[in-house]
Design a protein around this ligand. Structure first.
Ligand SMILES: [Zn+2]
Length: 85
C-alpha cells in the first residue's frame, strides 16, 4: 500500500535524522565537474554548472559535439540544418 503524503513526509524526516551525518558527508565530497573537469564539491554542482566559467565549457562541448556529428554524418547533419535551421 502506498504511503500518504503525510506518512511520506514523516518517513523522509526520520530517514534524514537517522542518516544526517552520512548525507552531509556525501554532499561535501569532492568530484570532477562532468562539463569543465574542475574539482568541485558535490552539493555545489548545480550552482557551479550555472557559472560563466562552466557555461563556456558546456557551450564548447556542444559545439565540438555538433562538429564531430558533422564529420561523422555530413549529409544527415546538413539535411537537419536545412530542415531546422
Ligand atoms: Zn564545470
Amino acid at each position: 500500500m502506498p504511503m500518504t503524503p503525510e506518512e511520506r513526509k514523516q518517513y523522509n524526516k526520520t530517514y534524514y535524522d537517522n542518516n544526517k551525518i552520512k548525507i552531509i558527508q556525501k554532499g561535501c565530497e569532492k568530484m570532477q565537474c562532468p562539463f569543465c573537469e574542475r574539482i568541485i564539491i558535490k552539493n555545489n554542482l548545480l550552482k557551479h554548472s550555472k557559472l560563466e566559467i562552466c557555461k563556456r565549457k558546456q557551450q564548447e562541448n556542444i559545439n565540438t559535439l555538433s562538429r564531430l556529428n558533422y564529420i561523422k554524418y555530413p549529409l544527415e547533419t546538413s539535411f537537419n540544418l536545412i530542415k531546422n535551421p
